[in-house]
Ligand binder design. Structure first.
Ligand code: GLA
Length: 388
């Protein structure tokens, strides 16, 4: 793969002299959804598919970017002196935003560069192709300019690019999972303190299966921001009495006791999800560490129900895939993953049942929804890095 990409780089940029290769994965979240902007826990892992990049420094101030995924757009070129979000620069606004964010953080990028990208994360599937391109760009910039910063700082810079340059108000989960991922491990991250802990994914004779609804996440961004606002409103109502700073600080019992403080009935449901999902995540990781896969699976299922009924971010496609999955033989747990409103589900399925799972679920989904779902057996890989 990398050798082919280096040849592509040579074709696009004239020579391959001095070019180096980098990679950042996609991610899938096992449990802990819509908790990362509520000061709660998440439990994602990095995948083995992601974004490859071949990069080389230039002497002048030009940044020239090319993607094998968007060949029709050709080389996208701009100067270090004009780092603004431009619609016509399309996908290239992600790496551009990262350069911008480095500069905001006082890391002076003092010359241009050229990069060829290739990503094999299914686009728009909610497996974080955007955070992946941000992290691979961060790793390139750190390496190229010998900046002294650790991965967590790169994670924060990448998130800043997404929040402030792209304008998507996401939490830190995606960038963290992609930056800090570790082979065969998921990461329990406390998004309030950024304390984290790796947990080995020992699934015995089962695997993680990702199913893509192939529904584009149309209104996802506006709905995402609406959910954030609702949680903030609920927090304000609670904080007036309780002096808490995030919903993640509450236990289920505390929430039940004080939910009357929340003025809007819709916001009660949103906050309930945030509080319960956070506690579920902590319990799920404990169960996994004790090799109690059954409990882990039941908590995944409960997570989906809460996202469906209280947080209301699922929709017919995700619900169909998950509810069909629950009925299949060998399924330990299944839920939507990522922001919702389309995108993917994640299931834990016994290895000897995976073929039937894909066949039966695939067939039933087409019958119900009218178009096909796609399936991937996920391997859990390492985080963003330079390749040799
Ligand atoms: C998106 C965001 C994340 C997180 C999830 C929901 O993936 O980018 O920060 O909020 O949705 O858990």
């Amino acid at each position: 793969m990398v050798n082919e990409l280096i040849l592509d780089f040579e074709k696009v940029f004239g020579s391959k002299e001095g070019a180096a290769a980098y990679f950042a994965p996609g991610r899938v979240n096992l449990i802990g959804e819509h908790t990362d902007y509520n000061g709660g826990h998440v439990f994602p892992c990095a995948l083995t598919f992601g974004t490859y990049a071949i990069a080389r420094k230039r002497e002048d101030k030009l940044i020239r970017l090319y993607s094998n995924n968007f060949k029709q757009l050709g080389i996208i070129e701009f100067s270090l002196d004009s780092l603004t979000n431009e619609k016509k620069h399309d996908w290239a606004n992600y790496p551009k935003g990262v350069v911008w964010a480095f500069e905001q953080e006082k890391f002076e990028v003092n010359s241009g560069f050229e990069i060829l990208f290739y990503g094999n994360i299914p686009n728009g599937a909610g497996l974080s192709s955007s955070a992946s391109i941000e992290l691979v760009t961060s790793v390139i910039i750190k390496d190229m300019f010998n900046f002294d910063l650790d991965m967590i700082k790169m994670v924060q810079i990448s998130k800043m690019a997404e929040n402030k340059f792209i304008g998507v108000n996401c939490g830190i989960m995606d960038q963290f999972a992609i930056g800090m991922g570790k082979e065969n491990c998921a990461i329990l991250l406390d998004t309030n303190t950024l304390k984290y802990d790796y947990a080995r994914i020992e699934l015995n004779d089962a695997s993680i299966v990702i199913a893509n609804t192939n529904k584009r996440r149309g209104l996802a961004d506006s709905k995402y921001n609406e959910r954030r606002t609702q949680c903030e409103e609920a927090l304000q109502d609670l904080a007036s009495e309780l002096g808490i700073k995030t919903l993640g600080e509450l236990t289920e019992e505390e929430f039940e006791k004080y939910e009357y403080l929340i003025k809007s009935s819709v916001n009660i449901k949103r906050a309930k999800h945030a509080v319960y999902e956070n506690q579920r995540t902590i319990k799920a990781v404990k169960a996994l560490k004790e090799n109690d896969l059954e409990t882990f699976g039941l908590l995944m299922n409960a997570s989906h129900v809460s996202l469906r009924d209280d947080y209301e971010v699922t929709g017919i496609e995700l619900d169909t895939l998950v509810e069909l999955a629950w009925k299949q033989k060998g399924v330990i747990g299944s839920r939507m993953t990522g922001a919702g409103f389309g995108g993917c589900t994640v299931s834990i399925v016994k290895n000897d049942c995976i073929d039937d799972f894909i066949k039966n679920l695939g067939k039933a989904y087409v019958e119900e929804i009218g178009y096909e779902a796609s399936f991937y057996i996920a391997k859990v890989g390492d985080g963003a890095r330079k390749l040799n």
